[in-house]
Design a protein. Structure first.
Length: 92
């Protein structure tokens, strides 16, 4: 039976788009922003520890950050329900 592998999303800041071809060897590229110069890619969770230093060593890679997508709560409908924003101003 087919088993879904756990993946980790990485946001890779790049200086040149030439490095995109090399990044394909490390994982699946999901999105490339030409204007803001970053790549969103997925790497298998069991390979992240070995792949991350290799990606950081690449010539045109400026920064690699883990995506916080997994940490977001899918049940949040609006920000008012989280308590971050108050509906009315409170006087001291």
């Amino acid at each position: 039976m087919f088993k879904i592998k756990e993946r980790q999303s990485l946001v890779v800041s790049i200086a040149s788009r030439r490095v995109i071809r090399v990044l394909r060897h490390y994982g699946r590229i999901q999105y490339v922003s030409k204007k803001m110069r970053y790549v969103i890619m997925y790497v298998d969770a069991d390979r992240v520890a070995s792949v991350l230093p290799e990606i950081k060593k690449l010539r045109n890679v400026t920064k690699v950050v883990f995506s916080h997508w997994r940490e977001l709560d899918p049940e949040v409908v609006d920000l008012k329900s989280t308590g971050l924003y108050k509906t009315q101003d409170e006087d001291d």
